[in-house]
Design a protein around this ligand. Structure first.
Ligand SMILES: [Fe+2]
Ligand SMILES: [Fe+2]
Length: 271
């Protein structure tokens, strides 16, 4: 079996290969199913919540594009790649807002969460308000980048908008990943979650006519390349400053003595 980066293909294939256990949908001939099952009997199932969280990954990469451009907007706005920001905002609109938020979360996740009590009602109200604020911000980003450059008038305010938007949405997505999605998931059996995942796939195909996640991932990768943000190693943090303490002759240091950095404690007789 070859690796398929599309999670729904993984789910569909796992169903087809009989790896999903309880769900027996005869999508393919038995001979092929038996052969494939034998070659890789441990194909992992992928759930609807994993799908939502992977979409958050694309959204987070768009947020990181915004974050990275903030210093340049403040210091040298004429050098900002406005076309890349326009593409990022378009991706946020099409994939993040119109699909992930409006069609999945607001149609399928939030209504169920509102039934969990007043605390969750307030929580979902806040999440919905943040969706709406995000849409207004995307309108703004699209407007101030459509000419192909960011004017000096808009550069400072746009930097401020990006700063607050990134902070808002990182909090938003992190809460959804760790509180909302796990609580929502508890309402369903594994079989039901598999069926919901199939529903999500249908929505995705209707909206994009093809695989939305795969296309979105390619789009954000291209934007990152255009902005010189495609090298992951570039973002490895520098080692923290070394801290030493103790009596003369018994100095103990915490710090960057090796590649594991802060996690190791070193003692030196002389320092
Ligand atoms: Fe959301
Ligand atoms: Fe979300």
């Amino acid at each position: 079996m070859t690796f398929d980066p599309n999670r729904r293909n993984l789910l569909r294939d796992s169903i087809a290969w009989g790896a999903a256990g309880a769900i027996a949908i005869p999508l393919i001939g038995r001979g092929f199913a038996e052969e494939t099952k034998t070659s890789d009997p441990k194909e992992p199932e992928v759930t609807a919540t994993e799908d939502l969280m992977r979409e958050h990954g694309v959204i987070r990469r768009a947020l990181l594009v915004y974050y990275e451009v903030i210093p340049r907007l403040r210091q040298k706005p004429a050098s900002v790649n406005a076309a890349a920001l326009q593409q990022t905002a378009s991706l946020f609109r099409n994939f993040g807002e119109d699909y992930h938020e409006r069609m999945l979360e607001e149609q399928h996740i939030f209504p169920m969460m509102r039934k969990h009590g007043p605390e969750f009602v307030r929580y979902v109200d806040t999440l919905t308000e943040q969706h709406n604020r995000g849409r207004a911000i995307t309108d703004y980003v699209l407007a101030v980048t459509k000419s192909g450059k960011v004017s000096s008038v808009h550069a400072g305010p746009l930097a401020n908008v990006f700063e607050s938007f990134v902070l808002m949405y990182e909090n938003h997505a992190a809460r959804e990943d760790t509180i909302v999605f796990p609580a929502w998931k508890k309402n369903f059996s594994n079989k039901q979650l598999d069926e919901i995942s199939e529903q999500f796939e249908d929505i995705e195909h209707k909206m994009f006519g093809k695989d939305g996640f795969e296309e979105a991932e390619k789009t954000i990768s291209a934007i990152e390349s255009a902005l010189g943000l495609d090298n992951l190693a570039k973002f490895t943090a520098p080692a923290p400053p070394k801290i030493c303490d103790g009596e003369p002759g018994k100095i103990t240091c915490l710090g960057n003595q090796n590649s594991h950095g802060w996690s190791r404690k070193h003692r030196f007789g002389r320092f």
